[in-house]
Design a binder for this molecule. Structure first.
Ligand code: GLP
Length: 267
């Protein structure tokens, strides 16, 4: 794991957007794994701005989103397909047929899940997978106790997730769909690079368990300890419960990739 700890959330979002833009410029035919959630909104705004101002070219990019609520069609304003359209896809020149979000309205969600993994493999695999972290340690919708080898599948959402996401459903956890389709933890680990973005003090405790805690199905994000190319972009608030700052601070001063990413001259 490499940790880029930024002074604040604004800087963290800038660095995360820079990593994604760097990938697209390096390989205009990149396959990106994308995430939803509040953390990602500003990152997508920055990418849209990069497209508008510097011609960041999405035309050849293929995308696979992590997850979708079962039962919500892509036209529903709380579906993750709708989220992606409104926060990113409608603002860049991505090719619609190259964007993939699991179909929450599929008549056979299990078949949809299986087909999704097949489609990722057929695309050549994900080059860079963007991830957020749930307050219960989930990545995608891989809730606590998800197998670390799990594949894309239908899951039952944890109560903590229903509560965390209730804000988007009028504040009522009972309005949040109880099931979702999610890329599996094992599927996520197959991405060639992973980028986990975490901001805010509310996630400091769980983030410390992801980075320092035992590898455990109880904390699905801890599976990233197994990933050979995993970059964490954090703000100081999210990093505040880490106990090994001497190690991370040393790396931020001496690892050329981290030095370049954190260089304020380029933010
Ligand atoms: C949802 C998504 C996760 C995301 C999480 C964090 O639950 N399924 O992939 O990581 O939200 O959301 P936020 O950034 O709003 O805290």
């Amino acid at each position: 794991m490499k940790l880029a700890i930024c002074p604040d959330a604004t800087a963290a979002r800038t660095v995360a957007a820079r990593v994604i833009a760097r990938q697209i410029r390096k390989n205009p035919a990149s396959v990106l794994g994308l995430a939803t959630g509040r953390t990602m909104e500003a990152i997508y705004r920055l990418l849209a701005r990069d497209h508008a101002e510097n011609n960041l070219d999405f035309a050849g990019v293929t995308t696979f989103n992590l997850d979708e609520y079962v039962g919500l069609p892509g036209t529903h304003n709380q579906s993750y397909r709708y989220y992606m359209q409104t926060h990113l896809f409608d603002h860049v020149n991505v090719t619609p047929a190259k964007t993939h979000v699991p179909d929450g309205a599929a008549t056979d969600p299990d078949a949809e899940a299986h087909a999704y993994d097949t489609s990722i493999a057929a695309s050549g695999g994900i080059d860079l997978q963007l991830l957020g972290l749930g307050e219960n340690g989930h990545i995608g919708f891989n809730e606590p106790l998800s197998a670390l080898t799990s594949r894309t599948r239908v899951v039952t959402l944890d109560r903590a997730t229903l509560e965390q996401n209730a804000g988007m459903f009028g504040g009522n956890p009972e309005k949040v769909p109880a099931r979702a389709l999610t890329m599996g933890t094992g599927t996520i680990l197959e991405a060639r690079e992973t980028l986990l973005v975490v901001t805010g003090a509310a996630k400091a405790g769980i983030l410390a368990r992801v980075v320092e805690g035992p590898l455990s199905a109880l904390v699905p994000g801890s599976a990233l300890q197994l990933h050979a190319h995993c970059l964490l972009v954090l703000d100081e608030a999210a990093a505040s419960a880490l106990t090994q700052r001497d190690i991370t601070d040393w790396q931020m001063k001496h690892d050329p990739e981290l030095v370049a990413l954190l260089d304020p001259v380029h933010t």
